[in-house]
Design a protein around this ligand. Structure first.
Ligand SMILES: NC(=O)C[C@H](N)C(=O)O
Length: 374
């Protein structure tokens, strides 16, 4: 299903940067200087698409293949597969990277952050195509580090590669663009659009490794997409207690370097020796506890003795860690902080942001209080 009615124009000859615009109609376009967006119909919302890769940008070898495929499709090719949106919005798109989301690192996260912040003033909405495995981490990071104001930022991925029968990528992308262009999406912060559902990026979690309905959010879906209509269930709202960090690069640095934080997974017969193996390599530890903060006593004692922050999160997908369940130090203030509703991977990002700001233990605890932890 090729979209013939869109005109795709290269506006920057720096191919490494891959910036393009898609204009509605085919009337003459005056070419501005490299990097300047071209707009003809000021009345349509302007949407920026940032391509980063993932299954939505993947190809398999035959149409039945839904595993073992490779990222091999550009954002430009992906846009060729969606229905005509030229009467709905004007698009500009940019390929930031093209990787499986397991390979996203601080450098690429910073590229996404820059892609977003550079577009905030010029566009009415931003769509980010992303692999689903770590999509919720990037969405959480962007919500925690960008003051989005009224602008909708919509993350989107897919569970089937572009070559498969009933590939979900084109419909998911189409919906994400329409959500970003819809005035009702304003003032809702970072959204995730997948499988017809709209959710808050701050809370969403990937809960199924294979199915199309792979994302779940116990805090509730915000809305639904049906037959070209965006339906919100609630008026605009942003996540409660979300702490906003101002990212600062170190003097002379060109990208972010976060303090290292690891995640350990609690289990029966867990030994405190595990902590000894990692403690010197990390500035903080997140631990996926059993239940709502349970760990063997010796592990609690070992963690309490560390001179660095330890976040108690959970193995269970839902629920939270109440502060009442944290182990108590014999004397002084504790280095152990409850993650509240955050899962281990989001807790890791939040702790890294707090460490990067040089927050003391109490400031870090206050940040986690926003999600009923601390
Ligand atoms: N469905 C997906 O996008 C999974 C893929 N491995 C990724 O996260 O990039």
């Amino acid at each position: 299903m090729v979209n013939d009615s869109l005109e795709i124009t290269t506006i920057c000859d720096d191919v490494g940067h891959s910036k393009f615009t898609i204009e509605s109609g085919s009337s003459e376009i005056e070419r501005p200087a490299c990097g300047t967006p071209i707009y003809q119909h000021r009345s349509l919302p302007r949407i920026k698409i940032l391509g980063t890769g993932g299954t939505i940008a993947s190809k398999g070898t035959d149409s039945s293949q839904t595993a073992g495929y490779h990222v091999d499709l550009t954002i430009e090719e992906l846009l060729d597969c969606i229905p005509d949106i030229s009467s709905v919005c004007e698009l500009e798109y940019e390929q930031l990277c093209n990787v499986d989301s397991k390979d996203l690192n601080e450098e690429l996260l910073f590229k996404i952050y820059k892609g977003v912040t550079d577009s905030l003033q010029t566009f009415d909405g931003i769509v980010i195509t992303h692999g689903t495995d770590t999509l919720s981490e990037t969405a959480f990071f962007i919500e925690s580090s960008v003051d989005t104001g009224e602008l909708p930022i919509v993350f989107v991925g897919s569970m089937r590669p572009s070559t498969s029968v009933s590939a979900d990528g084109p419909m998911n992308l189409y919906q994400a663009i329409l959500i970003a262009a819809n005035p009702k999406s304003r003032g809702r912060g970072v959204l995730v659009s997948l499988n017809d559902q709209i959710s808050a990026g701050y809370y969403i979690t990937k809960t199924n490794a294979n199915s199309l309905d792979s994302f779940n959010v116990r805090q509730g879906y915000l809305g639904n997409f049906v037959n070209n209509e965006v339906h919100y269930y609630y008026p605009p709202v942003k996540p409660q207690g979300c702490h906003k960090f101002k990212l600062k690069l170190a003097p002379g640095a060109t990208t972010l370097k976060f303090p290292p934080v690891c995640i350990l997974y609690g289990h029966q017969a867990m030994s405190p020796d595990l902590i000894d193996l990692v403690v010197d390599h990390y500035d903080g530890i997140v631990i996926a506890t059993m239940g709502a903060g349970s760990l063997p006593n010796e592990v609690n004692q070992k963690l309490l003795s560390l001179n660095k922050p330890v976040i108690y999160s959970k193995r269970s997908m839902d629920g939270m860690i109440p502060t009442a369940n944290l182990p108590k130090p014999l004397a002084g203030t504790s280095n152990i902080i409850a993650s509240g509703y955050l899962n281990p991977e989001k807790s890791r990002i939040l702790l890294q942001l707090a460490l990067a700001e040089n927050y003391c233990m109490e400031e870090t605890r206050r940040v986690f209080r926003g999600v009923y932890g601390g």
